[in-house]
Design a protein. Structure first.
Length: 110
């Protein structure tokens, strides 16, 4: 199990992605839509999706309006705390943004 990997997808604004693309809302200073304990907890991690199509649908919504990229990350499961959160196919991961960036395997335009 320690050798297992998860493949998840992140909406990013640059190709190649930068460390800022792997930073949490909290780290970027982005205000929360809701101010409750769970929203604050999730804001300390980054949003990932379980499929390219789910990430693409998210990227086509505000604030990106399709002007984004999708990064595919192949992440060793033991390296980061990853939880199934929010809606279908939505995950949150917590960990070092620079380390997370190192697991980007490919990037494509939305």
């Amino acid at each position: 199990m320690a050798d297992s990997v998860v493949i998840l997808y992140r909406v990013v604004l640059t190709d190649p992605p930068t460390v800022d693309d792997m930073r949490s809302y909290e780290a970027l200073g982005i205000p929360l839509r809701r101010d409750d304990p769970e929203s604050r907890r999730l804001a300390t991690g980054i949003t990932l999706f379980d499929s390219l199509e789910r990430a693409r649908r998210q990227a086509r919504r505000k604030p990106w309006m399709g002007n984004a990229f999708i990064a595919e990350l192949t992440i060793p499961a033991h390296r980061f705390q990853i939880e199934k959160t929010a809606g279908p196919g939505h995950y949150t991961a917590w960990g070092n943004p620079s380390a997370m960036l190192g697991y980007v395997r490919r990037v494509e335009r939305v």
